[in-house]
Design a protein around this ligand. Structure first.
Ligand code: DX5
Ligand code: ZN
Length: 217
């Protein structure tokens, strides 16, 4: 299974965003992770559509949009129009999960269902044959720079086993507290798309840091 690194620009220097994106490209980062928070679903507010539009104009990178918002259905068309390639939304949100997956696919994008650390992993099993990716949050969503929650490893393992058992081709993404130390454990548990913000942006050599997430050193 191929491993991918998705860089969370929540940890980027916003006034230098164009240069930060160039740095991601030069460091051969696979995807750009764009965290959208509405201040209601989570206790933080980040950035939204106008910023995504400018990011889209600045790069051909795969834009991996993580919606931490109360009513994702209302905004799928807008995020599609503004250049998202992958949209992750939370199963705990107020929208109908199956309907949101369908709408994302109707717009020609890849769909992922995300779950908070406290949400049982079995809740996503019935959607596995319909999605491209499952996002297992490895910290409580809301802020970058938090510590990895080790108990989430069991959820990664359980969802990967279920995907294998069903013979499906679904990516498993992890997000929160991913660094060189935690990456090996999440990969061993079955994750293959690793989101990383603070670790990558703090690294002196971003390309080497990304490599340390993809493969054993
Ligand atoms: C948290 C966000 C994450 C976060 C990851 O709610 O969804 O994407 O930016 O940041 P680090 O890698 O610093 O934990
Ligand atoms: Zn995220």
């Amino acid at each position: 299974m191929k491993n991918y690194v998705s860089a969370s620009v929540l940890s980027a220097d916003m006034l230098e965003l164009k240069n930060e994106i160039k740095k991601l490209e030069k460091s051969r980062i696979d995807m750009l992770h764009f965290d959208v928070m509405d201040g209601i679903f989570v206790d933080n507010i980040t950035f939204g559509l106008p910023v995504l539009k400018q990011v889209r104009a600045a790069t051909d990178m795969t834009l991996d949009v993580h919606l931490m918002i109360t009513d994702p259905m209302k905004y799928i068309d807008s995020f599609a129009d503004f250049g998202a390639d992958i949209i992750s939304f939370h199963i705990e949100s107020e929208s109908d999960t199956a309907a949101v997956i369908d709408r994302i696919h109707e717009r020609g994008l890849k769909a992922a269902v995300a779950l908070r650390p406290a949400t049982p992993v079995e809740s996503v099993f019935k959607y596995l044959s319909d999605v491209d990716m499952i996002l297992v949050m490895t910290v409580e969503p809301g802020f970058g720079g938090q510590s990895f929650i080790p108990e989430t490893l069991d959820k990664v393992r359980a969802v990967r086993n279920k995907i294998t058992e069903l013979g499906l081709d679904v990516n498993v993404q992890v997000d929160g507290g991913i660094n060189a130390d935690t990456a090996a454990a999440v990969r061993a548990a079955g994750a293959n798309v690793l989101v990383s913000g603070s670790y990558l942006f703090a690294a002196a050599d971003m390309a080497a840091a990304a490599d340390s997430l993809r493969e054993d050193r």
